[in-house]
Ligand binder design. Sequence first.
Ligand code: MG
Length: 170
Amino acid sequence: MFTEKVKQLLNEQIDKEFYSAYLYLYFANYYVEQGLNGFANWFTIQAQEERDHALLFIKYMQNNDIKVTFEAIGKPDAELKKHMDALLAALAHEQFVTASIHTIYEAAYEAKDFRTMQFLDWFVKEQAEEETNASSNIKKMELFGSDSKGLYMLDQELSARVYSPPSLVL
Ligand code: MG
């Protein structure tokens, strides 16, 4: 019932989610170096969420007897010169991931693969939230980031984020 195209795209998505986790750990590390531990906390938790996404794709494939292959994870390549750079790169990356999820959805739709469509519904919604969060961080940085007290307060706010497991259970 699964087309080769859908199977391949699902497999590639695992790699993209792990890359996302790796990218966000790279951002977190940058913020640690900058002394902004709240920003670092936010991205460390984001990385945990991305790992969870990858595990959900793996689980979905295993549950449906689709062979999982483990590909190489790329090196994060964003250049970070200003505090804003990681935030902008994060939004661009989430938009890329959204497009990727939509591409899988399109392939599943064309194949009348309703099971994969239903699985992906959660990710479609999740991506909307990810983009909102990434945009929100940029807006806050634009408003408060140029002032040292504002930056301190923003860092405090981001330090309050706590990890919670995904609401999707397979
Ligand atoms: Mg993700």
